[in-house]
Write a protein that binds this ligand. Structure first.
Ligand code: PMP
Length: 427
């Protein structure tokens, strides 16, 4: 049993000693003390079904035994910085990761987070192209450091930093966007930015295949192939941010971009790569990687032995437990059930996503698509009371994000939908 401080005591310390900008879910915040696969436990031992997976971070399940064992064993043996000596853990993991990539994408740089991975990717694109202009998407999220905050395009996550070198293109938003699901029409905006907003040359383009923080918005079909074409003709590199959509989450494919029929020049990843431990990566081609050979590029803890051992175990568990297939089967079933729920509850404006990366957008008026901001908070609180944790996001904060550990079962999906249905019926 848990013998640590109470929720009230933790909250008090958090308010006094941690960032005042930290926010928490739920009116009465939840103190989580244990995790086991798709379940989380509070200080009273109460179990919750985790359908958010720590922001799509936990792919194999909380404290998945093989992953824990790999981390513990490596910790007991050796943990240090990777840069100056040889160690098998980082080399083995890089090789395994490269084997999951298409085309010539096989050179891996390890980082400690998604932000770091995207910062590095942007720098590589700029060095390679000799051009500073980057194009990203409105509603995208790429990180919280200087460059990535520039690429991020949601005011909620942007401070008053000087916005340089990044143009934000029209979002190929299939629910609210002016061109509906016609990806090629949205892609014209990127060509327009190149033609009217730059010298005609660009450094690169960065996008998530399914926007996570932005409310599980899958880019309209046809968008990425057309944009990649424009970017490459303008001398830029195409970066796929797979921080949330990677590692089998979308079910149909291992990487989110694969569903769009494109092969990026650079792929960035984090979150799921380590099942909860801090690690990120940038993967690119040997040709592109040459641009980083003229100086030393150093990252003290990127790909350290413990995180690398954990990452390798994650890849093995995804394979052994057939988690991609499970994400596809359970995700398709869950999406069907959520779509059926839309027939019953007016408040559900849209159900979308792929595999175990699903979104449910709540609106108070289906015609006007008025964001149901207060209602979603109420439903979320009530669902927690009934034992289900769910995520929330989108520019207006009115989209449920369902990104559970990939070991989620059909029974879990039923429980989630039944709890949502019951809560909405009681409103
Ligand atoms: N890219 C995407 C798509 C993300 O969702 C996030 C985190 N929400 C990041 C990058 C940044 O990752 P981190 O928080 O690990 O820096």
């Amino acid at each position: 049993p848990y013998t640590g401080p109470s929720s009230a005591e933790i909250l008090k310390k958090r308010k006094e000693y941690l960032s005042p900008s930290l926010f928490h879910f739920y009116n009465n915040p939840l103190n989580l003390v244990d995790g086991k696969m798709q379940y989380l436990y509070d200080e009273n031992g109460r179990r919750y079904l985790d359908s958010f997976g720590g922001i799509a971070t936990v792919c194999c399940g909380h404290c998945q035994p093989d992953v824990v064992e790999a981390i513990v064993n490596q910790t007991k043996r050796l943990q240090h910085s990777t840069v100056l000596y040889l160690n098998n853990a980082i080399a083995d993991f890089a090789e395994a990761l490269a084997s999951k990539m298409p085309g010539d994408l096989k050179v891996v740089y390890f980082t400690n987070s998604g932000t770091e991975a995207n910062e590095l990717a942007l720098m590589i694109a700029r060095l390679y192209s000799g051009c500073h202009d980057i194009i990203s998407l409105r509603n995208g999220y790429h990180g919280n450091a200087a460059g990535t905050m520039g690429a991020t395009a949601q005011s909620n996550y942007k401070f008053n930093v000087v916005q340089t070198g990044v143009h934000h293109a029209l979002n190929p938003d299939q629910y609210r966007g002016v061109f509906g699901s016609d990806g090629v029409k949205y892609a014209k905006d990127v060509q327009d930015i190149i033609d009217y907003g730059t010298s005609g040359h660009v450094g690169g383009f960065i996008a998530e295949a399914i926007q996570g923080v932005g409310g599980i918005m899958e880019l309209a079909p046809g968008y990425l192939p057309a944009v990649y074409d424009s970017i490459r003709k303008a001398g830029g590199l195409c970066i796929a941010d797979e921080v949330q959509s990677g590692f089998a989450r979308t079910g149909s494919h291992f990487w989110g971009f694969e569903a769009h029929g494109v092969v990026p020049d650079i792929v960035t990843m984090a979150k799921g790569i380590g099942n909860g431990i801090p690690i990120g990566a940038v993967v690119t081609t040997p040709e592109v990687a040459k641009v980083l050979t003229y100086r030393n590029y150093l990252n003290t803890f990127g790909g350290n032995p413990v995180c690398s051992a954990g990452g390798l175990a994650v890849l093995r568990v995804i394979e052994k437990e057939k988690l991609q297939q499970n994400a596809f089967v359970v995700g398709s079933y869950l999406k069907e059930r959520l779509t059926a729920l839309k027939e019953k509850h007016e408040i559900i404006g849209d159900v979308r996503g792929r595999g175990l990366m699903l979104g449910v957008e709540l609106v108070t008026d289906r015609q006007l698509k008025t964001p149901a901001k207060a209602e979603i908070l109420h439903i979320m609180d009530q669902m927690r009371e009934l034992g289900v944790l769910i995520g929330k996001g989108g520019f207006y904060g009115n989209v449920f994000r369902v990104t559970p550990p990939l070991c989620f079962t059909k029974e879990d999906a039923d429980f989630l939908v039944d709890v949502m249905d019951y809560t909405m019926s009681k409103m």
